[in-house]
Every structure is written in structure tokens, then in C-alpha cells.
Design a protein around this ligand. Structure first.
Ligand SMILES: *[C@@H]1O[C@H](CO)[C@@H](O)[C@H](O)[C@H]1NC(C)=O
Ligand SMILES: *[C@@H]1O[C@H](CO)[C@@H](O)[C@H](O)[C@H]1NC(C)=O
Ligand SMILES: *[C@@H]1O[C@H](CO)[C@@H](O)[C@H](O)[C@H]1NC(C)=O
Ligand SMILES: [Zn+2]
Length: 593
């Protein structure tokens, strides 16, 4: 600024003061007083003419703006909708704000796009959500989704139960009771925490067998979900079958069919739904034994697994058709489930493809809302951030350069998870170590597109195959200078997005995650408290059979540690753990928390 001074003061003083006077006039609307006298010239009248024109134009613009505002206010964007409506709630599990920076820069790099190019989701940001649970400042997905489904804080691990182990009614259950149609579309197991929280109640999220039973209607409310698309087939198959991961011999597919479900389990049957027009309700579509593969791997296996946006489009079309003649619309939850897993794995290449897939699904939702004649709203948020992701990484003790490189992410054609799985398979079939080095070199070169790796990198994979997942991912992270502070979750605030900031006005700004849950039920105008009451009354004394023929309450066993109550011990007490340690051998990833 100091350097500007001489320039300014060097200008002829009259000209300088006239500039200031004109600026002043613009601000105050007052005429400037010119100090020249003499006859009023052509120039004078031209200026008067210009001034009048400017004044008229300004007034016109103001009138147009007012007219436009009052005309849009009476359209379906009314903040308090009346009549039939659809609500699409999107959850980007484990996606913090930095996931967007990461993916946006990757997209720009890949497309050769200018820095101004945004993701679709970027253009719909309206606020932020605070994510702590009742038991910790860092939530898990169960407590996170309970905040959405029940609008209540609970302990980490709680699937729509309160800290005193009572079931809390969910927005999906209440929507079903009110006459809406309901759906869940995910890329993880349909029994995983986020989808489970909308249509099941258990004390511990690990009880996925129990969750599967409840989601097809074996619980106090009967069937409440009209459509489910995702993975997790193994929890529905009896332990006598090859693909089962159940602890008992119950056949949940059979139970689902008895409860009316149309069951499909592969790409061919999905395509048979003809974009949704041939879909018969209720619908249970389980397209993978456990999780649907990461998008970075799935895109090469499109003939086996449908993508998130394909599943979303089919669900939207079918739900819209099915509610065509109803006075109630639908509630659909769509989750980009595995953004979280890529965070847990600290795998930035897998993550950008997950976020792009979510962005594509959001595009599908937005274009549906634009075309559909029923008024509707999309609200999107995350349950928490995962990985403590940073688009920065200090590699050396010396002060770092300010750089982050998306290039190494673009070089990778496989997820670290997939390379790990292939490595495991290799070891099972080739117990002798002779060819392991060349196998791993090929995995790094072909799978990750990395050529400047060292002997030590390969040796680390040979020495600790159980954490090969993390080692593969780290090769990409270091080269792109992507930083991670944990393989778990973080307490970062996450973003809230909506198709319409006016209808979603209560979510503009910074909010507790429970306020997102409160908004969902308010938008649909459904009575969740009545559902809570019904669940509690009908659940009294209700038992379920556990593994080995044991018997337990219908919501499964209660967690043993103190995590379930108000959690002050977790929040207030620093236990003295501050050591830096290497990764513990023999401990693989705790995926999907
Ligand atoms: C399957 O589960 C039943 C209990 O429902 C148990 O008795 C049986 O041993 C299990 N079978 C296998 C193969 O694990
Ligand atoms: C990425 O791939 C290109 C082309 O194969 C290669 O030249 C480059 O070295 C790779 N990047 C890394 C970090 O290995
Ligand atoms: C079921 O029984 C088997 C064999 O008796 C035992 O190893 C296992 O721990 C039991 N599982 C549960 C959940 O009790
Ligand atoms: Zn997680």
C-alpha cells in the first residue's frame, strides 16, 4: 500500500477529489458539485441523460427482482410445503470437507479442467453438522445414523436405541405408518450401521444377523421397508450354505419372501427391473456377499454389480411410479457407504472414485427432482469424517513445500483393498515364497501405477501381509502427499447439502446432527413419537434366538463396557496414552466402523 501513495498524491488534486466526489455520489445518491462554470454544454446534457437512464434502469431492476421473488415464493419451493412430497436423504458416510478438496482437485487434474470447475455437490452446500455422539466426541456410524433416524444422541454402536437401551422410533418407520413408501439404497451391507438405523433396533451394531431379520419385518412393527438395494447377502443366507456369514441356520431370504419380498441377487435381475418400470414391491436386492466393491474396482466389473447411481435411479423411478396415485410420496435414503471405508483404509485413490460416484448419484437425484411433478427435496450430509484426511503431508523433517499432487491417484487402477485380497489369494495358493516378490512388484506397477518403489516397500509387504492393505495405500498417499491422522474417524464437522436451501432453511448454518434428524421428520410431518411408544409397548418381554440356541431380548445383547451411558469417562479423561507406536502386527483393518 505504501508504494501506492506517491502515485495517488502525484495525480492532479482536482482530478483526485473529483473521483472521490463521484464515488461518494454513487454511495449516497447525491449529485456531485462540479466547480466549473460557463454555458451548459452538450457534454453536460449528455451526463444528465446518462444519469436519468441509470436511475430508470436501477428502478426497473429492483421492480423485476421483487416480482421474481414473489412469484417464486408461491411455487413448490415454499419453505413449509403442503400436500404430497418426496424426501431423499443422502448420506456420504465418512466424507469430510477435505474429501471434497481431494476429489475436486483430482477431477480437475483428470479432466484438464480449470480451477473454477466444481463438483455437482459443491454447488449445493448449505451448512455444517456437528457430529459428536452421547458416548464420545468422535462418533461411529451407528450413533451418527441414530441422530438422523431418531433425532437423538446415543452411544457409539447403538442402532436406533437410546442410551438406556430403549428403542427409538425412526423417521422411516413413521413415514411408512403415515402412508409414504420407503427405500434404502447403499453400497455396503444393507445390515451395516447406517441403513440398519432406519429400519432396525439393536443394542450393538455387530448383531447384523438380527438386523437382517428385523429389516425384512421380523420385529414389532412388521415390514416397514418397501425397497432395499445393497450388499450383505451373507447375513441373509443360512449357515449351511457356502456364502453364509450367519451364526445360525435361519434362512432370511426365505423369511423375506414369506413377508412378500421379491428377492433378486445379481446384475441380470437388476437389469430385468427395466430402469424401475418392471420393479415389483416390496423389493430386496442384495448384489454382493458383503460390501459392493469400491467404485475404482467395480467400474471394471459393471456386468456383476450395479453402481450407486444406477440403483438410485431405479429406486427413484419405481417409488415415484408406485406413489403416483397416492396422496403421500416416498422417503428414500441413499448412502455412499464406502467413502468411509476408503478413509479407514487411508486409500485416497479409492476415495476419489467413491466421492465421484456419490456426486453422480446426487446428479441423478437432482435431475429426478427437477423432472418429477411431485414436490420433493434432497438433503445430504455425512455422519462423520473418516481418516483425519489432509490434502497435505510433511514427508521429511525439513520444512515442507506447499504441494499436493493428484497425479499418483490417477495412476492407480485398483484399490488397496483389492490388491490385498489378491495378495491373500496368492499366498493361499502359493505357500512357498519364491515368486512373491515378482507378484508384489506386478501388483504395485499394474495396480497402483507406481514405478519408483523401493526394495523395502516390497519387503514390508512380504514381512506383514496382514497389513498389506495399509502398505499399498500408503504408497499412493505418500507420492501424492496425502495426509491421514488415523485409520478411524475424526471429530471434524461435516457439510450439509440440499437441492433447495429455502425448503431446507432450518439446516442452513451450523447444526447438531440431531437437528438434521429433526428436520427429516418435520419435512415429512410424521409422528415418530407414536412409533417409539408402539415399539416399547410391543417389545416388552419379546425374545429372539441368539447363536447356539441361546435366547436374548429382541434387540440383542447389551454392550458390556461403560460406553453406553453418557460417556463422560470417554470425553473427560485423558488416560495417558501418548506414545507413538508402529502398527501392531496381526491386527488388520477394523473396516466399516
Ligand atoms: C448352524 O447354526 C446352527 C444353529 O442355528 C448350529 O447348530 C450349527 O452347528 C451351525 N452349523 C454350522 C455348519 O456352523
Ligand atoms: C504414473 O504413470 C506414468 C505412466 O505410466 C509414469 O510415468 C509415472 O512415473 C507414474 N507415477 C508414479 C508416481 O509412479
Ligand atoms: C457357540 O458354541 C460354540 C461351541 O460350543 C462356541 O465355541 C461359541 O463360542 C458359541 N458362540 C456363542 C456366541 O456363544
Ligand atoms: Zn467408519
Amino acid at each position: 500500500m505504501a508504494g501506492d501513495r506517491p502515485l495517488l498524491s502525484g495525480r492532479p488534486s482536482s482530478e483526485h477529489s473529483r473521483d472521490l466526489a463521484e464515488e461518494d455520489a454513487l454511495l449516497t445518491g447525491q449529485h456531485t458539485h462540479r466547480d466549473y462554470s460557463g454555458p451548459r454544454t452538450w457534454k453536460f446534457w449528455r451526463e444528465v441523460g446518462l444519469f436519468v437512464w441509470a436511475l430508470v434502469a436501477t428502478i426497473l431492476v429492483i421492480i423485476l427482482a421483487v416480482v421474481y421473488q414473489s412469484s417464486t415464493a408461491s411455487k413448490p419451493t415454499d419453505p413449509s410445503p403442503s400436500g404430497k412430497r418426496n424426501l431423499i436423504f443422502m448420506v456420504s458416510d465418512g466424507m469430510g470437507p477435505t474429501s471434497l478438496s481431494l476429489t475436486r482437485s483430482y477431477m480437475q487434474f483428470k479432466n484438464g479442467a480449470p480451477f473454477s470447475e466444481q463438483l455437482v455437490i459443491d454447488q449445493h452446500m448449505i451448512g455444517q453438522s456437528r457430529t459428536r455422539s452421547a458416548s464420545s466426541l468422535i462418533t461411529d456410524s451407528a450413533a451418527g445414523a441414530t441422530a438422523f433416524s431418531c433425532a437423538q444422541k446415543s452411544y457409539n454402536g447403538a442402532i436406533s436405541v437410546t442410551p438406556d437401551h430403549q428403542p427409538c422410533g425412526t423417521v422411516l418407520e413413521a413415514a411408512k405408518k403415515a402412508g409414504y413408501m420407503t427405500g434404502l439404497v447403499v453400497t455396503t451391507r444393507i445390515t451395516d450401521a447406517t441403513p440398519a438405523c432406519f429400519a432396525a433396533h439393536v443394542n450393538m451394531r455387530m448383531e447384523e444377523d438380527r438386523i437382517a431379520e428385523q429389516m425384512v419385518g421380523d420385529y414389532p412393527l412388521g415390514r416397514v421397508v418397501d425397497l432395499m438395494f445393497g450388499g450383505g447377502r451373507c447375513h441373509f443366507l443360512p449357515n449351511s450354505t457356502e456364502d453364509s456369514c450367519r451364526g445360525d441356520s435361519k434362512d432370511i431370504v426365505d423369511l423375506a419372501k414369506k413377508n412378500g419380498f421379491n428377492y433378486i441377487s445379481d446384475r441380470k435381475a437388476f437389469d430385468g427391473l427395466k430402469g424401475g418400470s418392471a420393479l415389483k414391491f416390496p423389493m430386496l436386492g442384495l448384489f454382493a456377499e458383503t460390501d459392493i466393491p469400491y467404485e475404482i474396482d467395480r467400474r471394471n466389473e459393471n456386468d456383476i454389480y450395479p453402481s450407486l447411481h444406477e440403483m438410485a435411479e431405479v429406486a427413484l423411478k419405481a417409488l415415484s411410479e408406485a406413489t403416483k396415485d397416492s396422496d403421500k410420496g416416498f422417503f428414500l435414503m441413499i448412502e455412499g457407504s464406502r467413502i468411509d471405508h476408503a478413509g479407514h483404509h487411508n486409500d485416497p485413490a479409492a476415495q476419489v472414485h467413491e466421492v465421484l460416484a456419490y456426486d453422480k448419484a446426487m446428479t441423478s437425484v437432482l435431475s429426478f427432482l427437477e423432472k418429477d411433478s411431485t414436490q420433493g427435496l434432497m438433503v445430504s450430509t455425512s455422519d462423520h469424517e473418516t481418516g483425519g484426511l489432509a490434502t497435505a503431508r510433511q514427508l521429511h523433517a525439513t520444512y515442507p513445500e506447499y504441494v499436493w499432487y493428484p497425479g499418483p491417484l490417477a495412476n492407480a487402477s485398483h484399490s488397496a483393498e483389492r490388491l490385498h485380497q489378491e495378495y491373500n489369494k496368492y499366498l493361499l495358493n502359493n505357500p512357498s515364497e519364491t515368486d512373491t516378490t515378482s507378484f508384489l512388484e506386478s501388483a504395485i506397477e499394474k495396480g497402483l501405477g507406481i514405478h519408483d518403489y523401493k526394495k523395502e516397500d516390497v519387503q514390508a509387504l512380504i514381512d506383514s501381509p496382514e497389513i498389506a492393505l495399509y502398505t499399498f495405500a500408503d504408497l499412493v498417499s505418500r507420492r501424492s502427499q496425502t495426509g491421514w491422522s488415523t485409520h478411524g474417524h475424526s471429530a471434524a464437522d461435516v457439510n450439509i447439502y440440499s437441492s433447495d436451501p429455502k425448503q431446507a432453511a432450518p439446516l442452513v448454518g451450523n447444526h447438531e446432527n440431531t437437528e438434521v434428524g429433526a428436520f427429516l421428520r418435520d419435512y415429512l410431518e410424521v409422528d415418530v413419537e407414536a412409533v417409539t411408544k408402539e415399539l416399547r409397548e410391543k417389545g416388552v418381554g419379546l425374545m429372539a434366538s441368539g447363536p447356539n440356541g441361546t435366547s436374548m431380548g429382541w434387540m440383542g445383547n447389551v454392550p458390556e463396557d461403560g460406553e453406553r451411558l453418557d460417556g463422560q469417562t470417554h470425553i473427560a479423561s485423558y488416560g495417558g496414552d501418548n506414545k507413538k507406536r508402529g502398527l501392531v502386527h496381526g491386527r488388520g483393518c477394523a473396516c466399516g466402523h
